[in-house]
Design a protein around this ligand. Sequence first.
Ligand code: GLC
Length: 805
Amino acid sequence: MTTYGHFDDAAREYVITNPQTPVKWINYIGSLAFGGFVDQTGGMLICRQDPALNRITKYLTQDPPSEFRATTLYLRTPKADGGYAVFSPFYVPTLTPFDRYECHVGLGYSTFLSEMNGLRTEVRVFIPNEKKVVVQAVRVTNLADEDQTVDLVPVVEYTHPDALKQLNNADWVPQTMQSYLHEEGDGMKILSQAPFMFKDIQRNYFTANLPISSFETDRRAFLGDNGYGSWASPGSLGAEELGEGLALRGDNIAALMLHLGKIPTGENRIAVVLLGQTANIEKALPTIQRFRKPEEVEQAFSDLNDDWDSLLSVTQVKTPVADLDRMLNIHNPRQCAITMNWSRYLSLYQLGFGARGMGFRDSSQDVMGALAGSPKESKALLTKLLRVQKRNGSAMHQFNPLTMVGNMGDAGAEEDRPHYYSDDHLWGVLAVASYLKETGDFEFLDQEIPFYEKDKVEQPLETETVWEHLQRAVDFTQGNTGQHGLPLLGFADWNDTVNLPNGAESLFTAHLYGWALKELITLAELLGKKRVAEKFTKWYQAMKDRVNDVAWDGDWYLRYFDHNGEPLGSSQNKHGQIYTNAQSWPVLSGFAPDERALRALDAVHNRLNTNNGIKLSTPGYDGFDPEKGGVTTYPSGAKENGGIFLHANPWVMIAETKMGRGDRAYQYYQQINPAKKNAVINVFECEPYVYPQNILGDEHPQFGLARNSWLTGTASWTYQAGLQYILGVRPEYEGLRIDPCIPSGWEGFSLMRRFRGTDYQINVTNPAGVCKGVSSILVDGEVLQSTLIPAFGDGELHTVDVVMG
Ligand code: GLC
């Protein structure tokens, strides 16, 4: 069995031990404010606030993984017969054979450890909290029997901040890119870089805590031979010093010659390398001077760890299953936080060149998974989302969080198709409801937030409370139905790729509307708004009746009606006969009566499940059909066309827990658990420490192959499914609901939960071997007559003993 690494749960890391992973494996550092990702061989894609318009490093994802990608370090030792041995402790780009290689993928940092040519190099890469600088803390230890004289040469290659221009304008971009030198005395130097028009307002910089004996900023000069020297063997590293060229145009890099000097056997030398961005160098000096001190770097690293401690300490579980614990305690909440922060801006799959920004639908769901750990950020994001909701209740599909300018995504692409998505706005209701349940911050409902539309001087046309925003969302869907009285599909619903001609109807949106109404009914009752609750109850009942009247196919529910009123997701169809979301969502919305719910979920199990996860639909469409749109651009088994779209899997898990089938929910959870993919990693290929968005389905010859890791709604929903529905500890408006639905073989589990500032130590035992059902609860030793633990809000530790049965 090939593996590329292992989990180290105590260190909260995944340790990659072979750099030749099947695809690049990355980790995120910093945040969208300043940050990006670092891959398993030290290449970094860094940007500030906007990967499209303020990108810093030129990381080209399409190059083979053996190639230099934007950042590396070289080490250099003199050879006995003259010249130098040049090698990278990151393996790439010199591909030097190593005795040991480790990339520790940690929370907000990666630490590299390699041993080659008698040197051990440790490099920790991270971004101090709130700072705009990447720190590389380097320690080089001499493992050889004799002294070694070592040079360290860190390198970065810059991109034009306008990332797309860098790729498509080779006239303007190279004419403008320039580099500068700031001498500070005693050999201390800072190199900076900017396109000419930005030189007085925004500079990238690169420096170290050691004297820079020479440098290079021109790529061609660094590589040598007019650029025919390679990154694997840069010509300029053959000479004692670098050429000190200051690029006046062209491909700008920064390379620093740092002489670490003679290192005796067993001893080490340390260096700190800084890559940052600043308005001008004067402004950056305090930061530079601070992080040149190794003890400040240590302090910043410990602060970073503290931040993650506090985020993760909100929920810690202990179950009989290590793979479950490591996801729920470490890797899944981390992915939720990263996904909420980066939305779908920047990954190895979302390249961040365009103007897409954040998605209304995606971010609303991201908030639901991240809000317990990051309530403030979640509230800020919710506020932004509601600002791009329109007065009629619908929402802009995407928006740029810096400018708050919205766009309609692909819904603008075709003239004769609807220019909105039917589901976006409804996700906002679920997200706000989750936020209120977690925090109890009901005042948020009274907060006034403008709708998206503005007048000629950019003033909002209307501002309303959050409560009104939520009601407008369901109003829009209520007033936007088609020939069966079901919500019109618009350009698409959650499934972006089924794009039917005007007039089609979506069952998914009907169910999402149902779930949103249920939330608003509960909320209205709680707020004493009886008439509103009654109105929404009527709407809910009417939609429920309609769905059950027209959308039951016999063994499962339909997914769409097209513009002619013909069903999709029906046994009558040749392709796309059954869709997963069409079965899970009737349970989530509460529309399905029990008998139908069980049949529909059994149909998922029988027709859509595989040992790599549940497919989104089956059978796949077998050729391009412009009338159906995007779904038919994929071969059968890929992505939305019969692929395993992981995002939809936790919805089935949740539905199964609602029906009490804990064994099946758990089976579905484990079959997509990335931590279990270590065992089949050469098929799976992606990082085993995060969920990917998709896995090829069994209609595809490469069944089991994952892609699009990190930024996916799968993170939020598997986290919710695992904690709130399988372990069953679920925030509600008035407390914590205890409602586990676990595998019958479990004897119990325990869970520590911080909820509204108070800690609950919850111990669950399962003496009768059931999946679901609670026979007794003691809170601090006293019997509780319900399954809802009150929100004590007293900051004390409370013990909750639950017996299932
Ligand atoms: C992608 C999109 C998401 C959509 C899903 C299904 O994950 O980011 O918004 O719901 O695809 O099409």
